[in-house]
Design a protein around this ligand. Structure first.
Ligand code: GDP
Ligand code: MG
Length: 338
């Protein structure tokens, strides 16, 4: 490793191996009906109730995911689900679900609620097995808005006695004026079709916000670079330039195979090499951090997000390089794919 670069690489297996092969499957040509519905859908709830799984499986079932719009958008767009009758753009609400349980109430402040202002629908996700006071506090905050909220009771597959579901639904019904209540198992793809119908029924009639076409692999690359960029911006903030550039040098899918040397099965994996370009060596030091701590954390956080978003195992290698004045240099811009 040269002193000019730092390399960070790690190998951690997916928490959930049930890879969804259809995740990035091409969509069939979508016809736009006159009563087509579209809108923004926020998925909220405390950590671990299955929000990410739900989003991935909703998307995995059907069509495409495309990139969130860089910077310009008010929402972090994670996934776009299009079918013949609707397009749901799922948005993240970092103020609410990224935090520890106890912090939720505190963090469900105005800022967090304002992140929800423009959404057309909220999916409030709970664990069928573990209803907590914190869920109620979050609900109270939602109650202060006039948002349409659908309750998604997830992990229905873990209920030992399905008979407990009805009284549970009753309890929820009393506590909040939900537009709908839908029990599902995100993991087992149970009742997700019903949930899609419910989502569609609450979205306004509008033309699609994004292309309903299939995604290209450029989108995955783009998302990967945006995720890395976001992690750096979050961690280093004002200390690095706003227009810092991340170039994806390699994006290689390796199918599941048997290791020639050991004879052991190897899971499918995507190898991503990326270079973070900064303008000055001082910025490079900031991105790398003390003893490489920052870049390591950026790599881990970015990989986790990618594994969740792409639903596959990722090997991520990050490099940091100084490219002086790259933003003025046309040749450099061309080589960076602009
Ligand atoms: P998040 O923090 O709300 O995004 O939750 P995750 O999507 O990361 O899920 C947390 C854990 O719950 C993971 O281990 C999932 O595999 C698991 N999980 C999610 N949905 C279901 C479900 O429907 N049934 C079961 N049994 N487990 C689930
Ligand atoms: Mg999550």
């Amino acid at each position: 490793m040269s002193t000019d670069e730092i390399n960070q690489s790690e190998d951690v297996s997916l928490e959930n191996d049930a890879a969804i092969e259809a995740f990035f499957a091409p969509s069939s040509q979508t016809r736009i009906a006159e009563d087509f519905k579209s809108g923004y859908v926020a998925i909220v709830g405390r950590p671990n109730v299955g929000k990410s799984t739900l989003m991935n499986h909703l998307l995995g079932q059907k069509l495409s995911i495309t990139s969130r719009k860089p910077q310009t958008t008010r929402h972090r767009i994670h996934g776009i689900l299009s079918n013949h009758e609707m397009q749901a753009v799922f948005v993240d609400t970092p103020g609410i679900h990224r935090n520890e349980v106890r912090a939720i109430n505190e963090r469900m402040n105005k800022a967090a609620v304002s992140a929800l202002v423009d959404v057309d629908l909220v999916l409030f996700v709970v664990d069928s097995d573990q209803w907590r006071d914190d869920d109620l506090l979050t609900l109270q905050k939602l109650g202060e808005t006039d948002l349409t909220v659908v309750l998604v009771i997830n992990k229905a597959d873990t209920l030992k006695d399905k008979g407990t579901l009805l009284p549970l639904i009753e309890t929820f019904h009393e506590s909040f004026d939900f537009a709908d209540i839908v029990p599902v198992s995100a993991l087992k793809n149970q009742n997700l079709d019903r949930l899609q119908e419910v989502i569609a029924s609450h979205l306004p009639v509008a033309s699609p916000i994004y292309d309903t076409e299939q995604i290209t692999d450029r989108s995955e690359r783009f998302l990967a670079s945006e995720i890395i960029r976001e992690k750096i911006m979050r961690s280093a903030g004002d200390e690095v330039p706003y227009d810092l550039t991340v170039q994806i040098d390699e994006f290689k899918d390796e199918p599941a195979h048997t290791d020639a040397k050991t004879g052991r099965p190897r899971k499918a994996c995507t190898f991503i090499d990326a270079t973070i370009y900064v303008e000055r060596s001082g910025q490079k030091a900031i991105v790398i951090g003390d003893k490489g701590q920052r870049i390591k954390q950026v790599g881990m956080d970015a990989r986790k997000d990618m594994e969740q978003l792409f639903d596959k195992k990722i090997m991520l290698t990050l490099w940091v390089k100084v490219k002086r004045g790259w933003s003025d240099d046309e040749r450099a811009l061309t080589s960076l794919g602009y």
